[in-house]
Design a protein around this ligand. Structure first.
Ligand SMILES: Cc1cc2nc3c(=O)[nH]c(=O)nc-3n(C[C@H](O)[C@H](O)[C@H](O)COP(=O)(O)OP(=O)(O)OC[C@H]3O[C@@H](n4cnc5c(N)ncnc54)[C@H](O)[C@@H]3O)c2cc1C
Length: 566
């Protein structure tokens, strides 16, 4: 197949490429990418790629730099990924500088997947079946996930998790295991292994919210052991081959904008590591790389580099852009995966992390799926319905027949909650207006603004439940509970956005690569921005895979790798 320049740019070879830098990288002479852009007769618009983030800004001149700092390793980003890399590199003998746009360490949630650890050993939890679990994860993404990375994670996550426990323990932290759905056979496609680790201390005792314990301990460790952290420094451009936004040679430094508007250069003799989180705050990047998740985004306008627990959009993709401008390629798999959840996960489920398993209908009142699916997958399917709108319906008899009921989040081994507690929770959602509770199904449909055909759907669902066989969508008989006793409950599902995953073309050692999969000398990335780890949708079939794999395990390994190989 012969490729024209346009074919190459628009991705006819099947890879999505950061266009201008990728071409500039092929040019025989060393130029900045901005020069390449100016000299080219084709603008981004004539190339058919009109996204402004693809056009490198004017390079920051050496004369504009107020101060220069130097270390073996410079890490850009103060979240879990950046901090793990920084501490690991330092403990492996490197001098380290971490620069972050945030004012302090950033974290959200707190589920960290690891295949095994001393916490699992202490709790008598076995290592899970790697083959079964990983194949399931790969299948969800149509086998587009990079298996080199997944198995490197699996093979090293125990060591990395035990190291993280060593980091938090001097600061009063400890590890616990998060509860996984119970009563699901290991052979079932929706089975989730017990492997999510959470950090707790005297103040934070609940699972799944303690990531701050890890990031704060990492930041203190870094500084106590001689590393430097510069907060409120926004990385703006990389220096490659001696020039800002250069497209040839080694990546030597990052130029950051400080609080007073001045520029500082942070030079990494061995490596510069990008760890700037996701790109959900950049509407153009979302349009190009993850359009399917756009309806779930809120608050894309205000950039807050310290943003914590928030279901909207997070970071503006600065690291991704800096990488593209100096010749990095985008990951091969587009659209990117996103992490989404829905009401079913938190508000009403008879298994934690599984969505609602009662009847789900779309805006026309049609049943559209086998409802027994992990929350993220079921919500991805919900987004395929007209206007992405779906509704959940059940009856009072579910309280007795639908349990056991659990809280979310919960620790491994926690007993189910009582039916009374569950009823209280239901009533609270009704009281605050999130759910409807009605004496008749007609009234419920009216409140949900669903058409009268919904009543036929409910009748058909009940008929199948009575038969004990779901002839329409083949849901497991144990979840076929008729909607028979009043009062009846219902609410409109809302799909919540957590983060968009992936970005730059990355090899298994976290080296950022060009379109030919060649590592760009001196440049690494870790965390959410690592390309081609996740594909399709974040499944939640192993809770905390992003923290556990891309941030913790790869952060830990990358620090060591740089120390040993650069
Ligand atoms: C409500 C919620 C709960 C979540 N819970 C979990 C969970 O339990 N488990 C899980 O695996 N995932 C969870 N996630 C996803 C989570 O956001 C990521 O897993 C995680 O934050 C990724 O860490 P990171 O270090 O890659 O990026 P981030 O945590 O986003 O850190 C990025 C850092 O880079 C800095 N930065 C950005 N741009 C620049 C720049 N130009 N220059 C310098 N610094 C910059 C930021 O200020 C920040 O310090 C959750 C997300 C949400 C919204």
């Amino acid at each position: 197949m012969s490729l024209t320049r346009r074919d190459f740019i628009t991705g006819a070879i099947g890879a999505s490429i950061g266009c201008v830098p990728a071409l500039a990288a092929c040019s025989p002479t060393s130029k900045t990418s901005a020069e390449s852009e100016t000299n080219s007769s084709e603008t981004a618009a004539t190339q058919g790629t009109s996204y402004s983030f693809e056009i490198p800004p004017q390079p920051i001149e050496e004369s504009e730099i107020a101060e220069t700092f130097e270390a073996d390793v410079v890490v850009v980003g103060g979240g879990t990924a950046g901090l793990c890399t920084a501490v690991s590199a330092q403990q492996s003998g490197c001098s380290v500088i971490l620069v972050s746009a945030s004012k302090a360490p950033v974290s959200r949630g707190g589920s960290n997947h690891a295949a095994y650890s001393r916490v699992m050993e202490e709790n008598g939890v076995p290592r899970y079946d790697v083959d079964r679990f990983f194949r399931k994860e790969f299948l969800v993404g149509g086998y587009t996930a990079d298996q080199r990375k997944w198995f490197r994670f699996y093979n090293n996550s125990e060591e990395a998790m035990n190291w993280a426990l060593d980091v938090i323990e001097p600061y009063g932290g400890r590890g616990i295991l998060e509860g996984s759905p119970e009563g699901i056979d290991e052979t079932d496609p929706m089975f989730t292994p017990v492997a999510s680790h959470c950090f707790v201390d005297d103040e934070i005792t609940s699972p799944s919210i303690g990531q701050s314990i890890l990031v704060n301990a990492l930041a203190k460790t870094l500084e106590n052991e001689g590393g430097s952290i510069y907060w409120q420094n926004i990385g703006r451009q990389l220096v490659r081959g001696g020039v800002a936004n250069g497209t040839e040679g080694r990546v030597e430094a990052v130029i950051a904008e400080r609080e007073d508007g001045s520029y500082a250069k942070y030079a990494g003799k061995k490596a510069v590591v990008l760890a700037t989180g996701d790109f959900s705050k950049d509407p153009e990047m979302m349009e190009k790389y993850c359009p399917w998740a756009i309806p779930t985004l809120v608050d894309v306008d205000v950039i807050d580099y310290d943003i914590g627990l928030f279901n909207g959009s997070l970071m503006p993709g600065d690291g991704h852009k800096m990488g593209l401008w100096i010749g990095a390629a985008w990951q091969k798999n587009v659209p990117n995966a996103a992490m989404i959840g829905g009401n079913g996960v938190n508000n009403f489920c008879n298994q934690p992390l599984l969505g609602h398993t009662g009847l789900m209908v779309n805006i026309r009142g049609e049943r559209y799926s086998n409802e027994f699916a992990c929350g993220a997958l079921s919500n991805r399917n919900a987004l395929m319905q007209t206007d992405g709108r779906t509704f959940m319906i059940w009856g009072q008899n579910y309280l007795e027949e639908g349990g056991p009921w659990y809280t979310y989040p919960r620790s491994h081994g926690d007993a189910p909650v009582s039916n009374e507690q569950t009823q209280e929770k239901w009533d609270k959602f009704v009281e605050n207006g999130a759910w409807f509770k009605c004496d008749t199904l007609e009234e419920l449909c009216e409140k949900l603004e669903l058409p009268k055909e919904t009543l036929d759907t409910i009748a058909r669902y009940n008929e199948l439940c009575e038969k004990g066989v779901d002839e329409d969508f083949h849901k497991d008989a144990q979840y076929m509970i008729p909607i028979k006793d009043a009062p009846y409950y219902g609410f409109e599902n809302s799909v919540r956005f957590l983060t968009v995953l992936g970005g730059l073309n990355t090899d298994q050692y976290m080296r950022v690569c060009n379109a030919k999969d060649e590592p760009i000398p001196g440049l690494y990335n870790v965390g959410t921005m690592v390309g081609d780890f996740f594909s399709s949708v974040y499944t939640f079939m192993a809770e905390g895979s992003n923290y556990g794999a891309c941030c913790l395990t790869f952060g830990y390994l990358t620090g060591k790798y740089i120390a040993e190989n650069e």
